[in-house]
Structures are given as C-alpha cells and as structure tokens.
Design a protein around this ligand. Structure first.
Ligand SMILES: Nc1ncnc2c1ncn2[C@@H]1O[C@H](COP(=O)(O)OP(=O)(O)O)[C@@H](O)[C@H]1O
Ligand SMILES: [Mg+2]
Length: 283
C-alpha cells in the first residue's frame, strides 16, 4: 500500500517580518527597521506536531502570531487550512494559546470556555435562552482537560496550570484543526509541565490536531514533536534564512515520559542543542 499523499495544512512561503521602529530620541528622523523573521518557508502536514525553538527575541512569537493572523507578514505568503491566517481563526479552523492564559477574571471556568461560542452566535440577544444548548460542549471541553468539577471556579481560584487548561479547553470549543501555542507551559513547574505535555499529546491524538508549538526548551520540543524548527535572530549566515535547521525527531509514538531516559532521546536533544548553538555563533 502506498502512503496517502496529503496537502499541507499550513504553508509558509518565504515569509519575512520587519517591524518599523521610530529612532529613539531623534524626533522626525527616519524610521529604522527591525528584521525579525527572514525568508521562513515551512509546510506542516495534517496531524503533524511541529515545534519552533530559538533564542529569546529571535522572532518565535512573531512567527506564531503571523500564523494566527495577529501580525501581518511583510513579505511572503501564509496559508492555514487553505485560507489566509485570520480567516482560518475566524472560521474556527485554527486557534491560539498564549504564553499566559488569557482568561476573564469575572467569568467562571465554564463561562470562559463558552465565550467563543457566545461570540459566534449571531442571535446574541437570545443568548441566555440558548446558553444551555452549548453547555454540554463546554463541559466536554473542560472534561478533556481534566477540569470536571471546576466549572464554577473563577480563574483566581485556579492554579497556573489549571488556568492554562481552561484556556486550552476554550481553544477547543470550536473544534479547530490547528492549534498554535506560544510557550504555553513556560510558567509551570516541571512536574506540571510534564503532565500538561502528556495531556497535550493525548488531545492531539484524540482530536487529530495539527500543532505548531513555540518553546525555548529543546527537551520539550523533542519530546512533543515530529519536527523541530530551530530559528536564529535574523538571517543565519549559513542558511540565509531565520531557520537554521529543521530536525526530524523520528522517535516512536505515543510519547511517554520513559522516553526521556532513552539514548535516542538524548541524541536528538544534543542535535537540537548544536543547532541552537549555531544561532548564537558559538558553533
Ligand atoms: N510589535 C512590535 N514592534 C516592534 N518590535 C517588536 C514587536 N514585537 C516584537 N518585536 C521585536 O521583535 C523581536 C522578536 O520578538 P518575538 O517575536 O517576541 O521573539 P521571541 O518570541 O522569539 O522571544 C524582538 O527584538 C522584539 O523586541
Ligand atoms: Mg516569545
């Protein structure tokens, strides 16, 4: 049997991003441009898990925000689910999870999760009567992230990890195909982060998600991903692009924590570290 040939679900073609910065202290002087992402090309296949790693300030968030339609590319072309990024988000096909869980403090976990459905409902004035119809979906989403029983908690009564799980549940309510995650577990302790990683793997499998995941941890990237994209600040002299290297992880699925003790895992982490070192010119 031949493997099915699938079209990529995410395409970045020669994407660059330049921020225009006013020159500090020089009134009326010409703007200076900060070249953040340079000539980034990447195809992501459906159900693939791709991580982006790189030193702080290299443009990881910028790249992810372009995929989420939150920043415009200065050059190149981006498609998510066959559409411009912003349209994919509007259509509920892709969804973003930020570094800090963005929750509304005056809404309970359940109300936070219901929010995307509420905002999409054209008959918003009839919401109180229609809310019940959506409640089951919201509860299911909370159950998937193991938060049953916490539906009526306000964010400030939940731990950081639980808040991020509410944010993930909310991102799942519209049943997206693509999840875009910007260092979502960066603020968590190691044990909670491990647990969240395993939950994310399970979710991605169960829902057939395609994930682009930004992290500064090469271990986390190798553990979670099929491929790891190593980015540098500005064009790398070797590649002429922000992408220094794309690492094929090739470790078996489903990933379990025991994998982190395996020589094959160390080897991939070492390869990733070497590529990262190149981004800082310490080859
Ligand atoms: N809106 C913006 N305007 C100007 N410069 C920005 C803006 N957002 C980010 N930058 C700059 O772009 C660079 C890359 O930022 P970012 O994408 O947040 O990097 P990373 O997520 O890899 O740490 C940084 O130097 C940052 O200061
Ligand atoms: Mg960032």
């Amino acid at each position: 049997m031949t493997a099915a040939v699938t079209a990529p679900i995410i395409r970045l073609e020669a994407v660059s991003k330049t921020y225009d910065l006013p020159r500090a202290g020089a009134r009326g002087a010409a703007d200076r441009a900060l070249n953040v992402v340079y000539d980034l090309s990447l195809d992501v296949q459906p159900r693939e898990f791709v991580s982006i790693v790189g030193p702080s300030g290299c443009g990881k968030t910028t790249a992810l925000f372009m995929l989420a339609g939150l920043r415009e590319a200065s050059a190149g072309r981006i498609e998510v689910c066959g559409r411009p990024p912003r349209e994919a988000v509007r259509a509920g096909l892709s969804s973003v999870i930020f570094q800090q869980p963005v929750l509304f403090e005056w809404l309970t976990a359940e109300e936070n999760v219901l929010l995307p459905l509420r905002m999409r409902d054209a008959r918003w004035w009839a919401w109180p009567a229609r809310r019940g119809r959506y409640l089951a979906a919201a509860r299911r989403a909370l159950e998937t992230v193991e938060l049953s029983g916490f539906e009526h908690y306000y964010p400030d009564a939940l731990s950081g990890g639980m808040q991020q799980r509410v944010a993930i549940a909310r991102a799942l309510t519209l049943d997206p195909q693509v999840l875009l995650m910007d260092e979502p577990f960066g603020a968590l302790d190691e044990i909670t982060r491990d647990r969240m990683n395993l939950e994310l793997i399970r979710l991605a499998e169960a829902r057939g998600l395609t994930i682009v995941f930004v992290t500064h941890s090469i271990e986390e990237a190798v553990f979670l991903s099929d491929r790891v994209v190593v980015m540098s600040r500005g064009p790398s002299p070797a590649t002429g692009s922000s992408v220094v290297r794309v690492l094929d992880v090739g470790l078996p699925h489903p990933r379990q924590l025991a994998l982190k003790e395996e020589p094959a895992f160390f080897q991939k982490v070492r390869e990733g570290r070497e590529a990262l070192r190149q981004t800082q010119g310490v080859a």
